[in-house]
Design a protein around this ligand. Structure first.
Ligand code: SF4
Ligand code: SF4
Length: 56
């Protein structure tokens, strides 16, 4: 299962730079993860200041 970013996201952009496969991009009101690209590494969750990314 891919990671997902919750509505807690404050669009700081920290996770986008950490993703090894470029699965994260800026969405309309928060950052989003492309489920088909995400390899479940957890790096985004580790750097997020508000714990918005989580595994389903
Ligand atoms: Fe990228 Fe890893 Fe987060 Fe998936 S879990 S979006 S691969 S940093
Ligand atoms: Fe949103 Fe967290 Fe990513 Fe920042 S690190 S853009 S708050 S999910």
């Amino acid at each position: 299962m891919a990671y997902k970013i919750s509505d807690e996201c404050i669009s700081c952009g920290a996770c986008e730079a950490e993703c090894p496969v470029g699965a994260i991009s800026s969405g309309d009101d928060k950052f989003v993860i492309d489920a088909d690209t995400c390899i479940d590494c957890g790096a985004c969750a580790d750097v997020c200041p508000v714990s918005a990314p989580s595994a389903d």
